[in-house]
Design a binder for this molecule. Structure first.
Ligand code: SF4
Length: 132
């Protein structure tokens, strides 16, 4: 099973607590997290992509060809890509991705990378990062 994530969704997956933009979005993201949190979830292969990914699939902001907030999202993706040293097209396991997040995504980096994310204020990503 291969999952596609745009760069900022690696941290969204760490912080996910079952909240999101719509019922369809939550259902889809919960399905992805069931795979990643399963017994062999750390071996799941994830491909880094630059545009719509498996989390975007059921999102109300997905226009079908792009994110309706693409400019904002591209800046978010680029900040995460640089901090986590991800390359577009690269594949890595979820276990490796979590190790990379632990190593590079400090709380300070999280606040810089996610400064414009509407979910930052709820603090779930910071809480999960501290426990990773
Ligand atoms: S807001 Fe944009 S980047 Fe985020 S999940 Fe929806 S379509 Fe994807």
């Amino acid at each position: 099973m291969k999952i596609k994530f745009r760069p900022h969704h690696f941290l969204c997956a760490v912080g996910y607590e079952g909240k999101g933009y719509s019922a369809g979005f939550i259902k889809n993201f919960t399905r992805i997290m069931r795979i990643l949190n399963s017994e062999n979830g750390d071996n799941t292969i994830i491909k880094v992509v630059s545009k719509l990914d498996d989390v975007c699939y059921s999102c109300p902001h997905n226009s079908g060809t792009n994110c309706k907030e693409q400019a904002k999202i591209e800046a978010l993706d680029e900040a995460h890509r640089k901090i986590l040293k991800l390359n577009i097209g690269e594949t890595l396991t979820w276990g490796d991705a979590k190790n990379r997040i632990k190593k590079y995504m400090t709380i300070e980096n999280h606040h810089i990378a996610c400064a414009k994310c509407e979910w930052l204020k709820y603090g779930m990503c910071e809480r999960k990062l501290r426990d990773l």
